[in-house]
Design a protein around this ligand. Structure first.
Ligand code: NDP
Length: 604
């Protein structure tokens, strides 16, 4: 490395790399992803819907429709919108919750906000004439946004609430899916779309004694306002005489901690790995900004964000926040001309993380707490976090960080939590311990998808790794579409991925209807080529993530060769979107096998 560039860095990259390795090794566990406890059996009550009426009953629904969409989050809702926009309205949405909203229905914890700019995160803003009131909208405003979408596109009447799909079976002879639910519904449908979410199955730490606790406990994704009092943004009055433990310090916890710290008698935050917490700088939407926007602005802004995150040159950084600012390896200054691109990226990443660590020192007064809150890993090893009150919460006298030096909790007792050999007595335990990894989530939906000849999708993927064309269709599962991240293009803005899927799925379905197609699925060669491309493209990402501290991003540090098929599209979200757009423009459905037959009477 050029000596001048090294001097300008102000840190020793080899020493930092060694520190990363030491910190990672502390956290590596042989049991990897198996360390977690599924929320089932004795824990089932932690999964109950705290927001919906519990006495809801209805007669089973027996019907025949054009399409069933599983899931009423942004993924399912966007599929519905794109279908309606193309004139296809013969569908139902089946939703587990008591309302639409998906992750925003379940995750109603205090402090919940989108962690990506709302002007690019909240879809359809131009179509709806909806402008978020803040740069990073509250969960409650995002729920309102869902309601506006549902109203405009008539989706509420098409949604079957508080219902879980249990099984979908392809009937080859009839050319229909038989969809069954936990309320004994039987829906025949020509197409099925699974948009069940990627981080939706909560998990608990698999530690001894977790059933022994005699106090109150819940997971952040089922916040118990009856216990804590208040709602989002309101006073959590129920906590004023309570000692509270929050377990976990991920992207959810950093939003929850400042709220709970404000109201609890005492808060203990149990940390295994510190989050990397960057500047948020939230602010109300400037009316001048809103009125200056030209048609097409939202797509342009989304693409601009993705391009910056993919390291592509842009004329202007439109979002200009912690995600995008300094996301360039031009950071290093002069003297770096002799470095190759990988080296520049490695050093720029370290430089970015040095700033995150310096920010901790600037905010947190107690030196040992500040040291413990410093993250020692690459900037995308975990979801980057942004918050302006999280670190400051640890300056409060009623807020204690219990750092476990990478080891995690020891056990739970009747009275509280044991870490570093010490028992902390508490009244409430809040598990902010995340969700089953997206790489495995398809296997945890509680729904079995059986394609031709009764073949199970989960069985096929378990045996062969994930197989798909474009990340959405799989051979052997005619007229079936999956909305997710595996083998798809992804950026920090996940809703972008969902909308690309939706446009593609709506196009394929409507084309099939126009052409009188009976069934459609990927051709074997096209599917194989897509999977090979994903596996090949995963190599560069793999070499980054293999050195990362364990998380759901890298299968808890155990990246095996078979995990490469559950990678994302290496070209990035915008390149994937462009590839699909070009594919649609060709109009020949290349790579898909079409079986002709009579068309259903879809209302086109
Ligand atoms: P995470 O998986 O990111 O965090 C789980 C936390 O629990 C980690 O800090 C983990 O520690 C800790 N943990 C697990 N087991 C133990 C143990 N035995 N002892 C101590 N600590 C333990 O889940 P989150 O819910 O925070 O976030 C999940 C995802 O949700 C994010 O990555 C993001 O994509 C999304 N999200 C999006 C938001 C938005 O605004 N759009 C907001 C919040 C979340 P360790 O790190 O050591 O594993």
């Amino acid at each position: 490395m050029a000596a001048k560039a090294r001097e300008q860095l102000g840190f020793d990259p080899d020493a930092i790399e060694e520190k990363y390795r030491i910190e990672k090794d502390k956290r590596m566990r042989k049991d990897g992803d198996r360390q977690y406890q599924a929320i089932e059996g004795a824990f089932e009550h932690l999964k109950l819907d705290a927001f919906a009426g519990k006495s809801f009953t209805r007669a089973p629904i027996i019907t025949n429709v054009g399409a069933v969409i599983v899931g009423g989050g942004y993924g399912g809702i966007l599929c519905a919108v794109r279908l309606v926009q193309k004139g296809f309205t013969d569908f139902v949405i089946v939703e587990k919750g008591g309302d639409i909203g998906g992750t925003w229905y379940w995750n109603q914890y205090p402090g919940a906000r989108c962690d990506v700019e709302s002007y690019i995160y909240m879809p359809l803003l131009e179509e709806l004439g909806f402008m978020p009131s803040e740069k990073y909208a509250r969960g409650s405003e995002i729920k309102k946004h869902f309601a506006v979408i549902a109203e405009k596109y008539g989706l509420k009447d098409k949604t079957i609430f508080q219902t879980e799909v249990t099984e979908m079976v392809w009937d080859n002879k009839g050319g229909r899916w038989d969809v069954s639910t936990d309320r004994n519904d039987h829906i025949k449908s020509k197409y099925t779309i699974t948009a069940a979410g990627i981080l939706h199955v909560p998990k608990l730490p698999g530690i001894p004694g977790i059933t022994a606790f005699k106090g109150h406990a819940f997971h952040t994704t089922r916040w118990d306002y009856d216990y804590t009092g208040g709602r989002e943004g309101e006073v959590l009055s129920g906590l004023k005489d309570k000692r509270v433990a929050i377990i976990g310090t991920g992207a959810t916890s950093i939003q929850v901690v400042p709220c709970v710290a404000q109201y609890a008698k005492h808060l203990y935050t149990f940390q295994r790995t510190p989050a990397a917490v960057n500047v948020r700088d939230n602010r109300p939407t400037d009316p001048n900004f809103a009125s200056s926007l030209k048609p097409g602005w939202q797509q342009h802004r989304m693409d601009n964000f993705n391009a910056i995150l993919a390291g592509l040159p842009v004329e202007e950084d439109l979002v200009n926040d912690g995600w995008t600012a300094n996301n360039s390896f031009a950071l290093l200054g002069s003297g770096d001309e002799e470095m190759n691109i990988e080296e520049k990226m490695r050093l720029a990443d370290m430089q970015k993380m040095q700033r995150v660590r310096a920010r901790v020192d600037e905010i947190v007064k107690d030196k040992s707490t500040a040291e413990a809150l410093k993250p020692w890993y690459g900037s995308i090893c975990k979801r980057p976090c942004f918050h302006d009150e999280y670190l400051d919460a640890f300056n409060r006298p009623n807020c204690t960080l219990v750092d476990t030096n990478g080891k995690g909790l020891e056990r739970i007792t009747e009275k509280g939590v044991v870490a570093n050999g010490k028992e902390y007595e508490v009244d409430l335990i809040i598990y902010s311990t995340g969700f089953v990894s997206p790489a495995n989530a398809w296997n945890h939906t509680g729904m079995s998808t059986k394609g031709r000849d009764g073949q199970l999708l989960s069985g096929l993927w378990k045996q062969n790794g994930v197989v798909s064309l474009f990340g959405s269709q799989t051979r052997g599962f005619p007229n079936y579409f999956n909305v997710g991240v595996l083998q798809a293009g992804v950026s920090g803005n996940f809703v972008y991925t969902l909308d690309v899927h939706s446009k593609q799925i709506a196009y394929v379905i409507v084309e099939c209807e126009k052409r009188g197609v009976k069934s459609i699925e990927p051709e074997p060669q096209a599917q194989q080529a897509w999977v090979e491309g994903i596996v090949e493209g995963s190599k560069a990402m793999r070499s980054y993530f293999i050195n990362c501290t364990p998380s759901y991003f890298n299968n808890e540090g155990h990246l095996s060769d078979d995990s490469s098929s559950s990678a994302i599209y290496a070209g990035g979200a915008t390149a994937w979107a462009k590839l699909l757009e070009d594919w649609r423009a060709q109009g020949d459905m290349k790579g898909l096998e079409l079986t002709n037959g009579s068309s259903i009477s879809a209302k086109l």
